[in-house]
Design a protein around this ligand. Structure first.
Ligand code: ADP
Length: 640
């Protein structure tokens, strides 16, 4: 804060004189508005003191004859005979002499008491002189000398252990303040002597003395420096000033801050100026430590330069382009002084550009990632939307298909039943064929309804399977027999091809017989629907290639299925060419049910086909006890 820096410690605890302080107590030296130095340093040490020793004997003519004799006697005898000198001073003092004789005689008496080993008495006598304003004949302030002697005697007594060290500490503080406040030619030698007295007492005791030594040297520096500054001051001073001076090649900043001198003893208030002298080294040091402690660091490619009133006060002297400049005021506690500039220089452009490139790269990467993410999101959403749209279309096709499937047989059955009822059909053969047709249509309808119910169970995940050991050959034969009327109607030859490894009456495969039968019915129904007249449909049963599976197959010689549809025909609602043509009956759920049944048995289904030559649907299911959990809790309905 001030050029006094560390040397200010003694001033910190210093509360000033007892007069009330109404404004800020100055921490620097004081100058009046005419530019006269009023006091120096925070201790308000005198601006000047006699630089050469002057001996001014006390005016003996102010004593009466008797007292004058005693005074002369005491002075002449004290150097040779202490006891006589002591007595002479005591007699002189008994005559109640005026000042300055009184204080001086008491002081001499105290010294003689101490010299004759009566320290305690000497300290008592010194106590009488605490407040004396007198000076010795050589012009030294008596109050300072009194405190000096007190430290000396208390140090001696403390060594002996006869007094408490608190008394010594208090005396040291008292002396160290007073010796600065009442500066004299003797100040430095008194401070040195006290350091000598306190030898062996430890650093704590001599610390205030060393602090005062530093204050003294700063004060002396200020006194000397002021002489060069004096002509530079623009008087009368009426506002704060700050300027650089250069004496002995030591640049220093002088700052004058106005403050109000409190009114004391009826004297009017007065505006004075607190003078701070900051050396360039000090400011650089302060700025450097400030910069190193700053919460915000300049980027590594830049370096700051700090200027105060046009002079650089930072140790760094960066070159290169100025990136930014900040002008501010220098706050000094009570006032602020304009002219603080901080400039940020670009010292490493390569680093800056490298960073810039890196940042640009990352920004680019970020934008790219965002774009990719957005695109992916769009594509996914679009696909889901399309799929939903497709599903909706297939569902409405399904509803139309189912309605058609139901309406046609019901209509014809009703027609025939009505005709039979009216007795319109006379010939017995025709009536027989009517009955056959009605029974056939009813079977078809119930198979369709069965499929629909199964489909809805599968969709809701409620379809359950009950497995038991089943005679597969019998199952195939029975199912084929069941479908014979349907084949007959379409003029299709329906036959079986059962491997001899399946003897009749042997139950060897654990399946849900009803479900497998339904799967076969669906496949045979499809084969018949897609076969031309007089074609053959064969249901095969054989063992897999030694892997413990059994193979069920339904082969036709119909129109076949294009290879790119192999997968899709197993999807729910999917019908080949369903949108355009409706040449075959169906709702598009048959194969999806078949696949569900097969997979619930731990098996697989696939189709082998050639367009124009026919198709073969092959089911492979494990013969043993596979992991055939009911699909009740499988939510894979989306596959159908
Ligand atoms: P649906 O038979 O009710 O239309 P499916 O799920 O049973 O529904 O069959 C889906 C589609 O697969 C049918 O629309 C048909 O085009 C085709 N398909 C099934 N079986 C055969 C087959 N044996 N020959 C030719 N195409 C077939």
């Amino acid at each position: 804060k001030t050029a006094h820096g560390a040397s200010q410690q003694p001033g910190e605890g210093y509360a000033g004189p007892s007069a009330p302080i109404q404004s800020v107590w100055p921490h620097g030296s004081t100058v009046d508005s005419e530019g006269h130095l009023v006091s120096v340093g925070p201790h308000r040490a005198p601006a000047e003191y006699p630089r050469v020793p002057t001996v001014e004997p006390y005016p003996a003519e102010r004593l009466d004859g008797q007292a004058a004799n005693l005074w002369n006697e005491a002075q002449s005898v004290e150097a040779t005979d202490r006891e006589s000198g002591l007595k002479a001073y005591e007699r002189f003092l008994a005559s109640e002499p005026p000042e300055p004789f009184y204080s001086n005689a008491q002081y001499s008496r105290a010294l003689l008491l101490a010299a004759t080993g009566r320290n305690e008495a000497a300290l008592d006598v010194l106590g009488l002189l605490d407040q004396t304003p007198e000076v010795t004949e050589t012009g030294l302030p008596l109050a300072v000398l009194v405190r000096f002697q007190r430290v000396r005697l208390l140090a001696e007594e403390s060594r002996r252990g006869t007094v408490r060290t608190e008394a010594l500490t208090a005396a040291i503080h008292d002396f160290s303040t007073m010796v600065i406040e009442q500066a004299s030619l003797a100040t430095p030698s008194l401070l040195n002597a006290v350091i000598g007295f306190l030898e062996g007492f430890g650093e704590n005791y001599s610390a205030p003395i060393r602090a005062s030594q530093r204050v003294w040297s700063v004060d002396e520096d200020t006194r000397e420096f002021y002489r060069t500054v004096r002509p530079l001051l623009q008087t009368p001073i009426n506002a704060e000033q700050a300027f650089w001076t250069e004496s002995n090649d030591r640049p220093r900043l002088v700052v004058l801050i106005p403050y109000e001198q409190p009114a004391t003893d009826g004297a009017p208030k007065d505006v004075r100026f607190e003078m701070h002298i900051h050396s360039e080294e000090f400011l650089r040091h302060a700025i450097d430590s400030l910069l190193s402690r700053a919460p915000l660091r300049p980027p590594p490619y830049s370096e700051p330069a700090v200027f105060l009133r046009g002079r650089r006060v930072s140790t760094t002297e960066p070159h290169g382009e100025v990136l930014a400049t900040v002008e501010s005021d220098l706050a000094t506690g009570q006032a602020s002084i304009a002219g603080l500039t901080v400039a940020l220089h670009l010292v490493d452009p390569d680093l800056l550009y490298a960073r810039q490139r890196q940042r640009a790269f990352w920004f680019g990467a970020l934008i790219l990632i965002a774009a990719v993410a957005a695109l992916t999101g769009y594509v996914t959403a679009h696909r889901a939307f399309r799929r939903q749209l497709h599903l909706n279309e297939m569902k409405s096709n399904f509803v139309a298909g189912v309605s058609h499937e139901l309406r046609v047989p019901i209509a014809s059955v009703r027609l025939m039943a009505e005709r039979l009822e009216r007795g319109a059909v006379k010939q017995p053969e025709k009536r027989h064929s009517y009955f056959l047709f009605i029974a056939q249509e009813c079977r078809r309808l119930s198979s369709l309804v069965e499929n629909l119910l199964d489909f809805s169970r599968i969709e809701q995940g409620r379809k359950e399977y009950e497995t038991e050991l089943t005679d597969m050959a019998a199952l195939v034969r029975h199912t084929t027999d069941l479908m014979q009327p349907c084949a007959l109607e379409s003029r299709v030859r329906l036959g079986t091809q059962i491997d001899p490894g399946f003897p009749a009456g042997a139950s060897h495969t654990e399946v849900d017989g009803k479900a497998v039968q339904q799967a076969l019915v669906n496949l045979i129904d499809n084969a018949i629907k897609h076969s031309p007249s007089n074609a053959a449909v064969t249901v095969g049963l054989s063992r897999g290639n030694g892997d413990g599976t059994i193979r069920l197959s339904v082969t036709d010689t119909g129109e076949g299925i294009p290879s790119d549809e192999y997968e899709r025909i197993f999807e729910r609602f999917y019908r080949l060419g369903s949108r355009m043509r409706r040449e075959t009956q169906g709702a598009g759920i048959g194969l999806s049910i078949v696949r569900h049944i097969v997979e619930a048995h731990g098996g697989r289904i696939h189709v082998e086909s050639k367009v124009g030559e026919g198709s073969r649907f092959v089911i492979e299911i494990p013969a043993g006890r596979p992991n055939r959990i009911a699909s009740a809790d499988r939510d894979d309905s989306s596959q159908y």
